[in-house]
Write a protein that binds this ligand. Structure first.
Ligand code: DOR
Ligand code: ZN
Length: 344
């Protein structure tokens, strides 16, 4: 049985770090494991310009522990007022890696997002021309569409027509949760990729109701039934370079999660690579972890591989029941449970 596993240092291609005190408290978990991370722009107010993204990146760098080489890669939040000129600026900004599309109302801090993507056609055309990737929260927001169907309906009725209109646009379907999403990404060319979270690889929708309502397993897109989880694991471990690691680690205060109207988001940065190691090991595919975690993402984004490595050891450790978040607490994924793999 493998006792240690050394891989090229991985990157997290989808991460929420927030700002201020929360940023200070969470960023070290990611910096201890990953070389780079794509940082989401859904702050209040959202990060909508290259200049705001650079300023946010500076705050992240200042919040980092000493002696880290962690490199935050930034995104801009798509709004109907983003212009082709904004895209030209994004394409020149060294650390801006893409534009994030939140359908308005789809998730946390998405109210300033896009109601109708046709309002953004010129901006998307500029993205195709200047080779700026579009990072997509792929869910329709129509109240008439069942929550569990929103990703599949989005892929069929919104994403596919968009890619027919702009076939060279580079697209990442973020946090894929369904077999339809995985099938779509694997059927497309090299300009279309997808990220997979640890929770969607490890849990299914029954985990939301295990012995009672489990708010800490609530994220968006919501967990789906087991057959979808199985398809996502197959995609992650297939060796297909279209799929790569994106934790979607999303810190919320305990009181905001355990509430009458609880927030969506699972904090997983404390075990951001260890969780995937468990999932891949359970599938008998530990040998595919390095491609998924460390190689496919850089290949899609046209970036070099990280030059250093990390080593995981088969040594169990206990996830804390919670972490401090100032006056609040942060409940991590697998709180109080043991993990099989440790970072050496
Ligand atoms: O569960 C989620 N939480 N899904 C998202 O799309 C956003 C994220 C957050 O920012 O909390
Ligand atoms: Zn996210």
């Amino acid at each position: 049985m493998t006792q240690t596993l050394t891989i090229i240092k991985p990157d997290d291609w989808h991460l929420h770090l927030r700002d201020g005190d929360t940023l200070q408290r969470v960023v070290g978990h990611t910096a201890a494991r990953f070389g780079r991370a794509v940082v989401m722009p859904n702050l209040t107010p959202p990060v909508t310009t290259a200049m705001a993204a650079q300023a946010y990146r500076q705050r992240i760098l200042e919040a980092l522990p000493d002696d880290t080489t962690f490199n935050p890669l930034m995104t801009m939040y798509l709004t109907p007022s983003m212009s082709p000129q904004d895209i030209v600026e994004a394409s020149k900004a060294e650390h801006v890696i893409g534009v994030k599309w939140y359908p308005a109302g789809a998730t946390t801090n998405s109210s300033l997002g896009v109601h109708n993507i046709n309002e953004c056609t010129e901006t998307l055309e500029a993205m195709a021309e200047y080779n700026v990737p579009l990072l997509v929260h792929g869910e329709v927001t129509d109240a008439a569409v069942d929550t569990f169907d929103r990703e599949a309906v989005f892929v069929e009725t919104i994403l596919d027509p968009l890619l027919h209109q702009l076939p060279t646009l580079r697209v990442v379907l973020e946090h894929i949760t369904t077999s339809q999403g995985a099938d779509y990404v694997s059927s497309q060319g090299a300009n279309v990729a997808g990220t997979l979270t640890p929770q969607h690889l490890l849990l299914n929708r029954t985990s939301l109701f295990q012995g009672g309502l489990r708010p800490h397993n609530f994220c968006l897109p919501i967990l789906k039934r087991e057959s979808h989880r199985v398809r996502l694991m197959e995609a992650a471990t297939s060796g297909d370079a279209s799929f790569f690691l994106g934790t979607d680690s999303a810190p919320h205060a305990q009181s905001a999660k355990e509430s009458d109207c609880g927030c969506a988001g699972i904090f997983s940065a404390h075990a951001g690579i260890e969780l995937y190691a468990e999932a891949f090991e359970d599938a008998g595919s530990l040998d595919r972890l390095e491609g998924f975690a460390s190689k496919h993402g850089p290949a899609f984004y046209g970036l070099p591989l990280n030059t250093d490595t990390i080593t995981l050891a088969r040594e169990s450790w206990q996830v804390p029941e919670s972490y401090s978040l100032g006056q609040e607490r942060l409940i991590p994924f697998r709180a109080g449970h043991s993990m099989r793999w440790s970072m050496l």
